[in-house]
Design a protein around this ligand. Structure first.
Ligand code: OFO
Length: 175
């Protein structure tokens, strides 16, 4: 049986992952209205990935017999100053999530929950990739410009992003 402190932390992360999907949906909205379809597509893929992350926690809680809490999801920001501003916020958000996953791992170690430590390892690797991805686009926007032809070049590149369903060891993503 998963320790209560661990259950609570896993449930909080479930909510944060659904918030992440919501957070990036606001960015899809922003870019769609600017007709920057490549950027919008990039964040649509991000929304799908966040949904996978959330379902990973949901299914892990179910699999381990933990009670699932589904409180409200907070309202995300929807007003942004520029594409650069969006990626700055997205990068900060990913850094926040990384710290949150690290805190979960701290709890798992504290309560000697080895099973959850193995489960969380996937998320630690994933967070490192997410931070790298956001950093790369953020740096390109700073270099190539936040407007004009540089912006359209990045828009074209981001349109190529592919969604690959997450394969999280030990949990299925099918509801
Ligand atoms: Fe963006 O990785 Fe989940 O939240």
């Amino acid at each position: 049986m998963i320790h209560e402190k661990m259950q609570e932390a896993l449930n909080q992360q479930l909510n944060k992952e659904f918030y992440s999907a919501y957070f990036y949906l606001g960015m899809v909205d922003y870019f769609s209205h600017l007709d920057l379809e490549g950027f919008a597509h990039y964040f649509r893929v991000q929304v799908q990935e966040e949904r996978d992350h959330a379902l990973g926690f949901f299914n892990y809680l179910l699999k381990t017999g933990c009670p699932v809490q589904l409180p409200s999801i907070a309202q995300p920001p929807q007003n942004f100053n520029s594409p650069l501003n969006v990626f700055e916020l997205a990068l900060h958000h990913e850094e926040f999530v990384t710290q949150s996953i690290y805190s979960l791992m701290d709890v798992a170690q504290e309560v000697r929950d080895h099973q959850t430590q193995v489960f969380l390892q996937w998320y630690i690797t994933e967070q490192s990739e997410e931070e790298d991805n956001m950093t790369r686009v953020y740096n390109r926007l700073k270099l190539a410009g936040n407007e004009g032809s540089g912006l359209f070049m990045i828009d074209n590149e981001l349109a190529q992003r592919l969604y690959t369903p997450a394969v999280i060891p030990g949990v299925t993503l099918i509801i």
